[in-house]
Design a protein around this ligand. Structure first.
Ligand SMILES: Cc1ncc(COP(=O)(O)O)c(C=O)c1O
Length: 398
């Protein structure tokens, strides 16, 4: 049995270690056991806990810890992947609805919205999230078009959904979340924030006004690039019931072992993030001075356009930065191929540093420069990471 963390006076970095564990009783295991069972013994009327697609005690610890870190009043919901969590929100949209997403957003989240549009369910509106005035204008227009108000809002079937990323993937733009989320509340718009880049320690969108937070827990939460997992967290019971019903019915559930790995991973999130974020800032500073580099985007860089906003709404700036080289696509690929320590691979948030030229994905928009590299900084020594970048960048004649 997993017991709740009752002492909220502890800091988040203590609670993520102490939460979601069995009761302090003699001979109790220190970690929650994994229940490898598809069904559970039960007589009499069925309830929600009789079958492993409905509920599984191996999910409880992770759901409890992430909800606690995000400041939610209800347990989180774990999913088979980040995209399964995204689907549990986007699939709530009814026919005739509107979904607003940043111009730069994780590609599959955009594809999912576009598939809703192709099936005549939702209209997609794209946003320049650095321009708060234009975002507010689009929100107001959507609220009028769909006829939503705070009085007629339906959390189980939102007629207008704002889908946010901040920082955005892969451009690292930062939105003024408090202002934008306050507007959604005023207008009767449901808001979801994908908090994967920031992590629950770096930013708490529910406190900033969001209705629901989703994570690709595949990334920093699990932290070791060895599992796919997703999470959705809300304090709204109607929204939570709707997402849970989606999970139960559609079946994109996390395996017990995967959920256990996610809980094991999150125990070290504070330590990993501290190292990765410090190294990301140091690399951003050094690369900004490198002659082969055109532009560095990292919200923790005091010269970054998102710095003041990030400082106001984030407690750490995360492990991801984007670096645009003075090079074309072929030269950039050559630099990536010359790296010995960094691994050229998609994904982020693991202990090992990964690097990727994002435009190799044809679905990335043309506004993402061909020579832009998304870098996920791991926990290796920062001087080793920088030395590897310098030797690879020496291929460019500048
Ligand atoms: C910001 C963001 N959201 C969602 C996802 C999807 O997560 P998953 O790959 O776990 O399905 C990703 C994956 O890269 C991501 O970067």
């Amino acid at each position: 049995m997993v017991v709740g963390m009752t002492d909220s006076s502890y800091t988040a970095e203590t609670r993520l270690v102490a939460g979601g564990r069995p009761a302090h009783e003699d001979l109790a295991p220190v970690n929650p056991p994994i229940a490898m069972s598809s069904t559970f013994r039960q007589m009499g009327p069925s309830d929600l806990n009789t079958y492993a697609r409905f509920s599984n005690q191996s999910w409880d610890g992770l759901e409890e810890v992430v909800a606690d870190l995000e400041g939610a009043e209800l347990p989180g919901l774990v999913f088979a992947s980040g995209m399964a969590a995204v689907a549990a929100v986007q699939d709530l949209l009814p026919v005739g609805s509107i979904i607003l997403l940043p111009e730069h957003t994780y590609m599959a989240s955009v594809s999912m919205a576009q598939r809703l549009e192709a099936r005549g369910i939702a209209r997609v509106v794209r946003l320049d999230i650095e321009n708060t005035e234009s975002v507010l204008a689009e929100l107001e227009k959507a609220a009028v078009d769909a006829g939503v108000t705070p009085e007629n809002i339906n959390y189980a079937a939102p007629k207008v959904l704002l889908w946010m990323e901040s920082p955005t993937n892969p451009m690292m733009e930062v939105a003024d979340l408090p202002t934008i989320l306050a507007a959604t509340r005023r207008l009767g718009i449901v808001s979801a924030v994908d908090n994967t880049f920031a992590t629950p320690l770096g930013q708490q969108p529910l406190a900033l006004g969001a209705d629901v937070v989703v994570h690709s827990a595949t990334k920093a939460i699990a932290g070791h690039s060895d599992v796919l997992l997703g999470l959705a967290v809300t304090s709204n019971p109607v929204l939570r019931d709707a997402m849970r019903a989606h999970r139960t019915t559609n079946g994109a559930i996390a395996g017990p072992f995967e959920a256990w790995l996610g809980l094991r991973g999150i125990r070290t999130l504070a330590l990993r993030l501290e190292r990765s974020a410090a190294s990301a800032l140091e690399l951003a500073r050094r690369l900004q001075e490198h002659p082969a580099v055109e532009l560095v985007r990292y919200p923790g860089l005091p010269t970054d356009p998102g710095f003041e906003r990030a400082r106001a709404q984030m407690s750490t700036f995360g492990s991801v930065l984007s670096v645009t080289l003075k090079a074309d696509a072929v030269q950039t690929d050559r630099v990536v191929g010359a790296l010995k320590l960094w691994t050229p691979a998609t994904s982020l948030g693991g202990v090992e540093s990964l690097i990727e030229r994002r435009r190799r994905h044809t679905s990335e928009p043309a506004s993402v420069p061909e020579s832009m590299l998304r870098m996920s900084v791991g926990i290796e020594n920062v001087d080793d990471l920088y030395a590897d970048l310098v030797q690879a960048l020496s291929l460019l004649e500048v």
